[in-house]
Ligand binder design. Structure first.
Ligand SMILES: Cc1cc2nc3c(=O)[nH]c(=O)nc-3n(C[C@H](O)[C@H](O)[C@H](O)COP(=O)(O)O)c2cc1C
Length: 387
C-alpha cells in the first residue's frame, strides 16, 4: 500500500527521534520514497547520515542552500504526505500558528495538504493547555494527529507522551495515503479476537483467530474519520491507544458489551471469533489430573443472530464467515439466516496472518478481494458505506 508513495519525513528534537530511523526504514522497505528534513535540534539526537543511508534519498537540514534554493516549496509540493515524527511541542506550536522560521516549519506552511503529526514529549509538556490548544487547532485545520502512547517516559515520568511504535505509525500512514476522510460523522462498532471460555482457573477453550482483521478495520475506519468502538476478546497485538477499545473475553461478556454499545452505531462489523460452546460447569479450582476427562459443553448466545433478530433501523449489520469448505454457499446461508446486510466470507484455506482472501456478499452483490488485511479493511468499508 506504500509502493512509490512520496513521503516527506520531518524529524524534530525529541528524545524519541531515534525511533524515526526505524520508521524511515519501515516506510522505505514497504516501497515508499522517503525524503527527510531534520531540524537543527533533531541533529542533537540523530544524524542526517542515518536517514540518507536508510532511505537512499536526499536529507535536508538547512533552509538556505545553493543546491536546493527553494526546498520548502518544492519538497512540500513533491510529497504525497508530510509526516512529522516525533513532533515536539515546539513544532506543534509553530505549525498551529503559522510560524516558519526554519526549513521544516517553512515546509509545513508551504504544504497545501493535510499533514500527519505524531507528538511525543514529557507528560506535562503534552498536557500543557498551550500544547492541547495547538493540537486542537491543528486538527481543526484538517491535519492528522496521532495521540502519544502512555508508559514510562525517558524523562522519568509515567503517563501520556511516548511516541507510538513505528509499526503503528507506518500502518496509519498506509491508510491515510490510500483513502480520504470519507467516514467523518459515522459511528462504527467492531468486534475482534478469539473468545476464551474457562474450564477452570488455569484452562480455557479458544480458537486460532488473531483479531488482525478486526484491528485493521478499526484502524482503517479511525483514520478515515469514523468514531470507532472496538470490543475485543484475546487478540495477537494490543490495539493502538487512540482506538476506543473495550475488553470482553467470553461470549457472554461480548454479548453484553455489544448490546450495551450498539445504539446510534451506523454499522456493526462482527469479526470476532466467538465461541459457539462453553463448558457447562467451569470449575473454581484447578481440575486435578486423573484418568480421562469428559467436558460437557453448552451453547453460547449467538450475538450476530440476536442482532439480526432485533435489527435497529438504518444500522448496517456485517458478519464474517470463516469457512474451510463450501465457502460461498455457507456464507450466503448465514447472510439470510441471521438477517445480515453483508457477510464477509473468508477462505481459511488461503488466508494467512497478514494477507487475506475475502468475498463480500450481500443480497444482490458479491465482491472478491485478495491482499493485505489493511487493504481488505478499506475494501470492506468502501463496500458497506458505498464510497
Ligand atoms: C535531552 C532532551 C530531550 C528532549 N526531548 C523532547 C521531547 O521528547 N519532546 C519535545 O517536545 N521536546 C523535547 N526537548 C526539547 C526540545 O528539544 C526543544 O523544545 C527544541 O527547541 C525543539 O526544537 P525543534 O522543534 O526545532 O526540533 C528535549 C530537550 C532535551 C535537551
Amino acid at each position: 500500500m506504500l509502493k512509490d508513495k512520496k513521503i516527506l519525513l520531518g524529524v524534530t528534537g525529541g528524545i524519541s527521534a531515534y525511533k524515526a530511523i526505524d520508521l524511515a526504514s519501515r516506510l522505505t522497505k514497504a516501497g515508499a520514497v522517503v525524503r527527510t528534513i531534520l531540524t537543527k535540534n533533531a541533529q542533537e539526537f540523530v544524524t542526517a547520515l542515518n536517514f540518507a543511508a536508510i532511505t537512499g534519498n536526499p536529507v535536508l537540514t538547512k533552509e538556505f542552500q545553493l543546491n536546493e534554493p527553494i526546498a520548502h516549496v518544492e519538497w512540500a509540493g513533491w510529497a504525497d504526505l508530510i509526516v512529522v515524527a516525533p513532533a515536539t511541542g515546539n513544532i506543534l506550536a509553530k505549525a498551529a500558528n503559522g510560524i516558519a522560521d526554519d526549513l521544516l516549519s517553512s515546509t509545513l506552511l508551504a504544504s497545501p495538504k493535510p499533514i500527519f503529526f505524531a507528538p511525543a514529549m514529557n507528560i506535562f509538556m503534552y498536557a500543557n493547555k498551550a500544547t492541547q490548544n495547538n493540537v486542537e487547532t491543528l486538527k481543526s485545520y484538517g491535519h492528522y494527529l496521532m495521540e502519544p502512547a502512555s508508559g514510562m517516559l525517558a524523562c522519568g515520568y509515567e503517563g501520556k507522551g511516548r511516541l507510538p511504535e513505528p509499526a503503528e505509525i507506518a500502518q496509519a500512514i498506509s491508510i491515510i495515503l490510500n483513502s480520504t476522510r470519507d467516514l467523518v460523522g459515522k459511528k462504527l462498532l467492531i468486534t475482534a479476537g478469539a473468545s476464551r471460555e474457562s474450564i477452570d482457573p488455569m484452562r480455557f477453550i479458544t480458537n486460532h483467530s488473531t483479531g488482525k482483521m478486526g484491528l485493521a478495520l478499526a484502524i482503517a475506519a479511525y483514520w478515515r474519520g469514523a468514531e470507532v468502538t472496538l470490543i475485543h476478546s484475546w487478540i495477537d497485538q494490543s490495539p493502538p491507544e487512540y482506538i476506543n477499545a473495550i475488553k470482553a473475553l467470553t461470549a457472554q461478556e461480548m454479548h453484553n458489551e455489544v448490546f450495551r454499545t450498539r445504539k446510534d452505531q451506523d454499522a456493526i462489523i462482527m469479526t470476532a471469533a466467538v465461541a459457539d460452546y462453553r463448558p457447562a460447569q467451569p470449575q473454581s479450582d484447578k481440575i486435578k489430573k486423573s484418568g480421562d476427562l469428559s467436558l460437557e459443553l453448552v451453547r453460547t448466545k449467538d450475538i450476530l443472530a440476536d442482532l439480526g433478530n432485533d435489527k435497529l433501523e438504518g444500522q448496517i449489520l456485517v458478519g464474517f464467515a470463516a469457512e474451510s469448505e463450501n465457502l460461498n454457499e455457507n456464507a450466503k446461508a448465514k447472510l439470510h439466516k441471521k438477517n445480515l446486510d453483508y457477510i464477509v466470507a473468508n477462505d481459511l484455506a488461503v488466508s494467512g496472518m497478514n494477507e487475506t482472501n475475502i468475498n463480500i456478499i450481500s443480497q444482490d452483490s458479491q465482491i472478491e478481494f485478495a491482499g493485505s488485511k489493511l487493504a481488505a479493511a478499506n475494501q470492506i468499508l468502501d463496500t458497506i458505506f458505498k464510497v
